[in-house]
Design a protein around this ligand. Sequence first.
Ligand code: ADP
Length: 266
Amino acid sequence: MRVTFTPIHRGDKEVSGTIAVLQDVTEQERLEQSRREFVANVSHELRTPLTTIKSYAEALDDGAMDERELGARFVGVIRNETERMIRLVTDLLHLSRLDSNQSTLRRQQTNVPEMLEEVADRFSFQLRKKAIRAGVRVEDEIQSIWLDRDQIDQVLDNLVSNAIKYTLDGGRIEIAARRVDGGFIAISVKDTGIGIPKKDLSRIFDRFYRVDKARSRNMGGTGLGLSIAREIVKAHGGSISLDSELNEGTTVTVVLPALQAGGESA
Ligand code: ADP
């Protein structure tokens, strides 16, 4: 709280009173603090791959290039790190567009069962590679709703890709949709993965927050997937939540208004 006192003068000298202005600066400070943290995080996240790229390029220059196998491995590392940086910058641009409300929603009538089957299909290769069984379950009455297909696809891709990343080989993932009271539908992605400790749950949607930084990085994560998902869902007038039990699994639920073309609730 900032307090400023300003005297009120009557005539030239006489002070007839004081105006006290109480200003709540805690919110302002909180915003400033989170902005500083964000910039520090971005710099760190970009610096890490750049340092790796630099040292591998130097090693190639110093002779690793002459050894065919070693050279190829180092070039592979450089390529991976570059791809991760591209993903990071793409995610940052996306977030910044969402933040400044520049990304207007292009809603279209979307068949929900089809949309969920297609997400599972997009990941069939990765699912097979980890021997993870995936199922799609949609309540009978759910058909089409009015949403931005590209953006919601991005949300679902982030959630399913997390479910695969953080589930051990042989696990199970279920993508489901059901109606919720008040004209909403809930889409959930449930896995039997490693779960999230209780102490991390409150910060899990924060930008760059990861339970295990090293694991996330190894998996190619940027730490922005859930934050992007939350912004997209918010723009749709919906909400997103996460339940998790350590070593048992995680369920992320997206609740969206079941709008029909023209803005009517289904
Ligand atoms: P990342 O790119 O690191 O996956 P996200 O924003 O998508 O970033 O997720 C943030 C963190 O939340 C992850 O690093 C991971 O620790 C945790 N997380 C997200 N989804 C899951 C899940 N399905 N199971 C376990 N942990 C998860």
